[in-house]
Design a protein around this ligand. Sequence first.
Ligand code: FES
Length: 140
Amino acid sequence: MKRRDFINWVGLGLIASSLPVAIAACSSQTDTPTSEASGKWQTVGTAKELDQKGQLLVKNSPVGNVLVVGTSQAGNLIAVDPACTHKGCTVDWKADAKKFACPCHRAEYGTDGQVQKGPTTKPLKTYTAKIEGGSVLVKS
Ligand code: FES
């Protein structure tokens, strides 16, 4: 093997071995807030804020964007990631119909996040929610 070929092989090996580290470094920047908050209760607002409108939209919470629906007196709070799974518009809560509706292309989701009407086929991400000590908490 010529010296030049050997150096090329070593250089290629170094690049190949550092690629997973580079990929991990890039992906951890986007995943950090959500992955750190995964499985832990996170405060996203107060019961007072939730009770004012019967819903609470919080952007960039520790679990990411979250839309909590209900009141502090209601038994079951509903919490979803409000990003429509079609193209990412923020869904609205339609209290009368008890569903989430996307204003962009009219997709609809049930209270469990399941698709009721396309064009999307993927459900909304859901969270578990509760009220404790006057705070609204969610966890994924
Ligand atoms: S972005 Fe929601 S239906 Fe298209």
